[in-house]
Write a protein that binds this ligand. Structure first.
Ligand SMILES: NC(=O)C1=CN([C@@H]2O[C@H](COP(=O)(O)OP(=O)(O)OC[C@H]3O[C@@H](n4cnc5c(N)ncnc54)[C@H](OP(=O)(O)O)[C@@H]3O)[C@@H](O)[C@H]2O)C=CC1
Ligand SMILES: O=C(O)C1=N[C@H](C(=O)O)C[C@H](O)C1
Length: 252
């Protein structure tokens, strides 16, 4: 039998990390060799013989964790949010110094969400107006969600390619925040509501019509196939990949 992938999970006591621990333990081709929480020394993942790391921590910790893993030659699958353009550039430069190491930064591991984002980006060039509403559980510490930021960036890039600019908006007076956040010219609205897990709607409007592209994660189990897929593929994709779609042939 082939050697099992030795995996360490960071953020192992969190909502996502605890699910990832179970998913790795259940994967026949993987072995969970370390499960670290806040305050545990990162050296433990090296001592445990991990070759793959999953980071599901907090925006303030993820950059340090990922850089540590890359510097030690470990492949990393990252679900944590907070990866600004500047952080990504820094990581790209570090990866150039460590050829062969792969990092996947996946704003969303749910296949339906990855598809919804891809569909929305494609559709956005055919509609005059587009706005994003993301809806999450009230424990979420960041807004807007990483998924919404990524969706807005891809929409803006697709619209720019098609020669389209920002959606029309005659607003002259507003209460602060009433029109949401501006991400690359796309308005993003964040809802935090008890009972929700992770949801997103992209609203596309044209004369006399609306297309809504909605995805719902009702349970964190929805993210686990993507985490496992990422772990199986990351070693075959040296350098930085942003978005699980980078490992999927979506044909879009
Ligand atoms: N890509 C995707 O598909 C998804 C991504 N996410 C993202 O994943 C991240 C985690 O979300 P969630 O699980 O809900 O958050 P939680 O707050 O439940 O979990 C975060 C965990 O990280 C721990 N932690 C903090 N700092 C460190 C550190 N330096 N080393 C190790 N562990 C640390 C925390 O410890 P303590 O409990 O002691 O504070 C906590 O247990 C968020 O950024 C979220 O947006 C969430 C869902 C899906
Ligand atoms: O914090 C969460 O819960 C989620 N975070 C990710 C994000 O910010 O996009 C992914 C998903 O939306 C759940």
């Amino acid at each position: 039998m082939a050697e099992r992938l030795p995996v360490a999970v960071l953020g192992a006591n969190g909502r996502m990390g605890s699910e990832a621990v179970k998913a790795v333990e259940a994967a026949p081709d993987m072995e969970l060799v370390a499960a670290l929480g806040r305050g545990d020394a990162l050296e433990a993942i090296v001592d445990a013989g991990a070759r793959y790391v999953v980071d599901l921590t907090v925006p303030d910790a993820t950059e340090r964790n990922v850089r540590f893993a890359v510097e030690h030659g470990l492949h990393v699958v990252v679900g944590t949010t907070g990866w600004t353009g500047e952080r990504l550039e820094g990581l790209r430069a570090l990866l150039d110094e460590h050829p062969g190491v792969g990092v996947l930064i996946a704003p969303n591991f749910a296949l339906g969400s990855v598809l919804a984002t891809a569909f929305a980006a494609k559709a956005s060039r055919y509609f005059e107006s587009v706005e994003i509403v993301e809806l999450h559980h009230p424990e979420k510490v960041d807004a807007p969600s990483g998924t919404a930021v990524r969706t807005a960036q891809l929409i803006a890039a697709n619209r720019a390619e098609a020669g389209l600019g920002a959606s029309p908006d005659a607003t002259e007076k507003q209460l602060d925040g009433a029109r949401g956040a501006d991400v690359d010219g796309v308005r993003v609205h964040a809802v935090r509501l008890r009972g929700l897990v992770a949801h997103q709607e992209v609203l596309l409007g044209g004369p006399g019509e609306q297309l809504t592209i909605r995805h719902d994660s009702f349970d964190r189990a929805s993210f686990m196939p993507g985490v496992i897929l990422g772990l199986r593929a990351v070693g075959e994709h040296p350098g930085l990949t942003v978005g699980l779609d980078g490992y999927l042939d979506l044909g879009l």
